[in-house]
Design a protein around this ligand. Structure first.
Ligand code: ZN
Length: 288
């Protein structure tokens, strides 16, 4: 007997992570959802007609969906209904915002567990896409969004204290950052090749602080360069952790790397040598 897909149907907020054509008329859509985690769904006849799904499934769109349980053979959930909540239509018109949204969606595809709800991480992704849809792009906001998306999943880099000895890194100071181990390492424990500036560390840690009414909103990023550099280190960290390249990170470098970074084309470009931190600027504050 064929199972009725509406039996056991569930409704949830969802964000389109990926669409794949299936045959001539159908779509397979991967979503981040608030109640069901990352799920793969089947949208019958979605390519042929907009009658069943008038909003379609555009990239980055936030939808309200109703889905059936996963199929026994292919684990795909049938989409029964889909309505746009926030279509994020402005995103494709602003390239830096579009690239940043692409990076967050790529990250969500890797980081969110399948069929397991992670509402905090979902909310972080949804809020970040809303902000990017309003624009303009800011490196500090992207770093904050990445931290909020990763932290509930236990995947955020450790920035407050040394990975090896646990000593607290002084606030607002640059710290050595070990890309492979995913956190700061004090100089007494050997330091690391990369550094994260004090302003970037503060911004990323503040993103995780519990929101209180008294907390001042983060100051606007007056100098985007240390934040842009921290984002490059973040991408190195992410690519190491997940063992893959994030294509949108390259696009973001192309469309925003220079505009918000070097003031002249001859200035320190994206391939320039990494500047070594001044001696004694390590998290332990002592000269070697
Ligand atoms: Zn240490």
């Amino acid at each position: 007997m064929k199972r009725d897909p509406a039996e056991g149907a569930e409704s949830t907020e969802a964000i389109v992570l990926r669409r794949i054509s299936y045959g001539e008329t159908d779509l397979v859509v991967q979503f981040a959802t608030r109640r069901l985690g990352r799920i793969a769904c089947f949208a019958r006849a979605a390519k042929r007609s907009r009658r069943r799904f008038p909003a379609g499934f555009p990239s980055f769109a936030r939808l309200e969906i109703r889905v059936g349980p996963p199929g026994r053979a292919d684990a795909l959930r049938p989409i029964l209904e889909a309505q746009a909540a926030r279509p994020h239509l402005r995103l494709p018109r602003d390239l830096p915002c579009y690239a940043a949204a692409g990076l967050l969606v790529e990250l969500a595809r890797e980081a969110l567990p399948e069929e397991q709800p992670e509402p905090e991480a979902f909310d972080a992704l949804a809020e970040a896409l809303d902000r990017l849809d309003e624009g303009p792009f800011a490196w500090g906001e992207l770093l904050a969004a990445e931290m909020r998306l990763l932290a509930p999943l236990g995947l955020a880099p450790r920035l407050g204290s040394c990975l090896s000895c646990g000593v607290a890194a002084p606030p607002r100071r640059a710290a050595c950052f070990d890309v492979a181990r995913g956190g700061v390492v004090c100089r007494r424990c050997g330091g690391a090749e990369r550094t994260i500036s004090g302003v970037a560390r503060e911004r990323m840690l503040a993103a995780l602080a519990p929101l209180s009414g008294e907390a001042a909103p983060p100051a606007p990023d007056t100098d985007p360069r240390p934040l842009r550099d921290a984002q490059r280190t973040m991408v190195e960290f992410l690519e190491h952790q997940f063992g893959r390249r994030f294509r949108s990170a390259r696009l973001l470098e192309q469309v925003a790397g220079r505009r918000n970074g070097s003031t002249t084309p001859e200035g320190p470009g994206i391939l320039g040598p990494d500047v070594a931190p001044p001696r004694g600027s390590g998290p332990d504050g002592r000269s070697r």
